[in-house]
Design a protein around this ligand. Structure first.
Ligand SMILES: *[C@@H]1O[C@H](CO)[C@@H](O)[C@H](O)[C@H]1NC(C)=O
Ligand SMILES: *[C@@H]1O[C@H](CO)[C@@H](O)[C@H](O)[C@H]1NC(C)=O
Ligand SMILES: *[C@@H]1O[C@H](CO)[C@@H](O)[C@H](O)[C@H]1NC(C)=O
Ligand SMILES: *[C@@H]1O[C@H](CO)[C@@H](O)[C@H](O)[C@H]1NC(C)=O
Ligand SMILES: *[C@@H]1O[C@H](CO)[C@@H](O)[C@H](O)[C@H]1NC(C)=O
Ligand SMILES: *[C@@H]1O[C@H](CO)[C@@H](O)[C@H](O)[C@H]1NC(C)=O
Length: 464
């Protein structure tokens, strides 16, 4: 199609038509945006905000939000296709060689389209995209408590639950991760009140599983402190320090209520009903013994010895952020390095196991920043925990926190992070954005579509 062949008046008419369509769209968008702000509670007093925004009704004052949501989607779609049409028109005009020397009026038209049509349209499109409707879900919605109490965008971003990328359940068995400033308790009011219904000074209920569920869903820290926690009936003294590290503990030292298993033998990887799906061989010492000390054929497996050789004598304290029974910390202790291991009791007594081996379990979720001061740790090691399910913004919050905790010259050891091949670039960017010095970097195939990424990175000085 050669635009120069078109008589001027036809082009003018086409543009006129565009303007009419655009006018109509702008009106629709304005009305719907206004309504969104109204429904989001911008014109309502504080106490009504949450009710309005997270209300259970789909129809407010006779206004069908479902229908509105559909209509807005349609507008978005229409605007996008219109934008594409207009852009291709401009492209056609540009291709026309005679454009500059012949008709100045054509040039005017091009500029007109570009400045007067495409740019406003694009802006409107972006604006519309940025307006966040409360998600319309079937039945009740009680997500995102207090989100509109905060004005600062970063707080909103932080506390908005991050959905898993693949739509599957994550390591915690939930669809989202709930970054928390403690506000999550509002959405778990019923459970929290049940949990806090206890007799001060007497024995606690045996409900650690409820506590953990509250933590995982963002109600953390928990306010129950004044009852006496129960211990197992036949608690034995732990094995002596020269034996405990590589020995399966005495099963009598664990309260087995709320697990599928009732003893350590049952947690074996051979048992399909062991009750957990991550870190499968973790309770078998013969499987644990070879980790990080024996060469494998996989390039993404680094040895502790090789890593420590990067900074001889400098690595003394660190964190192992993952899921496991403390083997990494145990091996590091052999090198006189003190490692704290994060652990949640996801289907098995990971915390008890680590402590019974004589190591330090840290009972935290991903939802919070780490309880360590800035620039203190020599090493952060992570494995088996953050994988391709993780939301990028969530990962950003986590990695910045690790950066905070690491001291200058400290090492970040990303150990067998895995994701689908197509997501690799995204995740690589996440790790590389801090411009750490790369000591080791390896990618290997996990399966046809999945890859492992391991990296040993050093935090730069940051002398400011
Ligand atoms: C340019 O515009 C003039 C009138 O201003 C018209 O006569 C002429 O045909 C146009 N040329 C082209 C290439 O469209
Ligand atoms: C809502 O419920 C209807 C049936 O009750 C179902 O067909 C639809 O898929 C549900 N939508 C969502 C988003 O769950
Ligand atoms: C551990 O130490 C105790 C004494 O402290 C000793 O009796 C025992 O034999 C030692 N065990 C091993 C396996 O070395
Ligand atoms: C691992 O392999 C490397 C070379 O392939 C070798 O230098 C090193 O000694 C081996 N380490 C162990 C613990 O076997
Ligand atoms: C650990 O410390 C002990 C006592 O200071 C020392 O004998 C040992 O050689 C150290 N081990 C390593 C691997 O540095
Ligand atoms: C990994 O997989 C990709 C694509 O499936 C293939 O091209 C590549 O050669 C594989 N690399 C190795 C080391 O097997």
């Amino acid at each position: 199609m050669k635009m120069s062949c078109f008589p001027r008046y036809r082009l003018g008419r086409i543009l006129g038509m565009f303007q009419i369509i655009l006018g109509a769209l702008v009106i629709m968008v304005s009305v719907s945006s206004l309504y969104r702000f109204y429904s989001a509670g911008f014109f309502i007093h504080n106490e009504d905000i949450c009710k309005q925004f997270y209300g259970v009704r789909d129809v407010y004052e006779g206004f069908d939000v479902m229908a509105l949501s559909a209509a807005v989607d349609e507008v978005l779609h229409k605007m996008l296709s219109l934008q594409e049409t207009l852009e291709s028109t401009v492209e056609q005009l540009e291709k026309n060689k005679d454009l500059s020397k012949t008709n100045i009026s054509m040039l005017d038209y091009k500029n007109f389209i570009q400045q007067q049509v495409i740019q406003p349209l694009y802006t409107a499109h972006i604006t519309l995209r940025q307006i966040r409707l409360p998600k319309i879900e079937n039945g009740t919605t009680n997500e995102d408590p207090l989100i509109n109490t905060f004005v600062t965008e970063e707080i909103k971003k932080y506390i908005t639950p991050k959905e898993n990328r693949v739509g599957k359940k994550n390591i915690y068995g939930t669809e989202k991760v709930y970054n928390t400033i403690g506000h999550g308790c509002v959405s778990m009011k019923k459970e929290l009140e049940e949990y806090m219904d206890y007799d001060i000074g007497s024995f606690c209920k045996d409900d650690w599983n409820i506590a953990q569920n509250l933590m995982i869903k963002g109600c953390d820290p928990l306010p129950r402190r004044r009852c006496l926690t129960r211990a197992s009936k036949l608690y034995q003294k732990p094995y002596p320090i020269n034996e405990s590290l590589w020995r399966i503990p005495d099963g009598r030292n664990v309260r087995w209520s709320h697990y599928s298993c009732r003893n350590f033998e049952c947690l074996s990887s051979k048992n399909p009903k062991r009750g957990f799906s991550k870190c499968i061989g973790c309770f078998e010492m013969e499987k644990e013994r070879v980790k990080w000390v024996i060469n494998t054929t996989v390039s993404t497996d680094f040895l502790i010895e090789d890593v420590l050789r990067v900074k001889p004598g400098e690595i003394r304290v660190g964190v192992d952020f993952g899921i496991g029974t403390g083997t990494f910390a145990g091996r590091m202790r052999e090198h006189n390095v003190t490692i704290v291991s994060t652990a949640l009791n996801l289907g098995a007594p990971f915390n008890e196991m680590i402590a019974l081996r004589g190591l330090i379990p840290l009972y935290v979720t991903l939802n919070q920043r780490l309880p360590f001061f800035d620039n203190t740790m020599d090493l952060i090691h992570t494995t088996g925990f953050m994988d391709g399910w993780i939301d990028l913004q969530l990962m950003d919050f986590i990695l910045f926190d690790w950066d905070r905790v690491l001291r200058p010259g400290g090492l970040l050891w990303v150990d067998r992070f895995f994701c689908s091949r197509k997501d690799l670039d995204d995740y690589m960017y996440m790790f590389l954005q801090f411009r750490y010095k790369k000591h080791k970097w390896a990618i290997s195939n996990k399966s046809k579509d999945e890859v492992f990424l391991s990296a040993l990175l050093e935090k730069p000085p940051r002398s400011l």
